[in-house]
Design a protein around this ligand. Structure first.
Ligand code: UTP
Length: 296
């Protein structure tokens, strides 16, 4: 019988970016702590990883990001006050969301040299095992959490994985695009990756969405990776190395759902609308207020 692939236990969350598109909100507060309804963006993404069975959460942080560490720590005085005031529901939400002791690690990216560099900063904590990488500003909204579907596919075939989703064909120049063996299939081998191709040069209309499962050899490639687009060390360049130089299998897993780029203002506003409308406790009054606002 073929050996089953190593279990995916750890997930990396790069949260060291400057968030310039969201200034002045991000002057003193990390963009990952902006709230979608009543949960910080980063909490939604950690929720997705937990639902997929991740056991260790690795945050690559930077200057001004200490509040993320506080968010995933116990707030003893707050919990005691909630208990004293009989606020059981709020207390149980805090306790449910809190990772167990030892389940989180925080490391610093000392200068924001790019996403690839941020991931490389996690190498000692991840060690020699495959891991999940989740870009915290990309919220994946769906019935089946995106990473759960990816881990299911990984458990069948091993290798490296990227979630993909179709974009309008004239928009490929805004995204990282993959070419695949079978564009109609739910899980298909990736044949190539191109950063922001013109529509005429794009190998498909499937874009890389910000959820990955990567083999640890990515760290050796990142170590040698020269700066690419925007003079930053890019993860896509190192992934291309895994595919083309290391000849590792790389699969595209089709994501069925909506993606909200919470690093952009429009994506962030739309995420609040979608998550607000999906909430049982808010849906009806929120819809009524939205309709009222739209009819003005
Ligand atoms: P982005 O490019 O969207 O984040 O990176 P940014 O640089 O913070 O945003 P803008 O363009 O200035 O508004 C995607 C993810 O990678 C992280 C970011 O925190 C974000 O979650 N990142 C990016 C790092 O951790 N380090 C970096 O050097 C760059």
């Amino acid at each position: 019988m073929p050996k089953s692939p190593a279990r995916i236990r750890k997930a990396v969350f790069p949260v060291a970016g400057l968030g310039t598109r969201f200034l002045p909100a991000t002057k003193a507060m990390p963009k990952e702590m902006l709230t979608v309804v009543d949960r910080p963006v980063i909490q939604h993404v950690v929720d997705e990883a937990r639902a997929a069975g991740i056991e260790h959460f690795v945050f690559v942080t930077g200057r001004n990001k200490g509040v993320i560490e506080d968010h995933f720590d116990i707030q003893f005085e707050l919990e005691r006050t909630l208990a004293e005031r009989g606020k059981e529901k709020e207390l149980s939400t805090l306790q449910r969301d809190l990772p167990s002791a030892g389940q989180t690690s925080f490391t610093r990216q000392q200068s924001a040299l790019g996403l690839g560099h941020a991931v490389w900063c996690a190498r000692e904590i991840v060690g020699d095992e495959p891991f999940a990488l989740l870009l915290p500003d990309m919220l994946h909204f769906s019935a089946e959490p995106c990473l759960s579907k990816m881990i299911k596919a990984y458990n069948e075939v091993g290798g490296n994985h990227s979630a993909v989703s179709p974009v309008p064909e004239d928009q490929t120049h805004n995204y990282g695009i993959v070419g695949v063996e079978d564009p109609k299939s739910d899980v298909s081998k990736i044949t190539t990756m191109v950063e922001k191709p013109k529509p005429a040069d794009a190998p498909s209309n499937l874009h890389i969405t910000g959820r990955y499962i990567l083999q640890p050899e990515i760290f050796e490639l990142l170590e040698k990776q020269k700066p690419g687009a925007g003079n930053e060390i890019q993860i896509t360049d190192a992934m291309l190395g895994l595919l083309e130089r290391e000849h590792q299998d790389f699969y595209a897993v089709r994501f069925e759902g909506e993606i909200y780029d919470c690093g952009s203002k429009l994506g962030f506003l739309m995420a609040n609308v979608a998550y607000g409308l999906s909430r049982e406790d808010l849906s009806a009054p929120f819809r009524a207020e939205l309709n009222r606002a739209l009819s003005k």
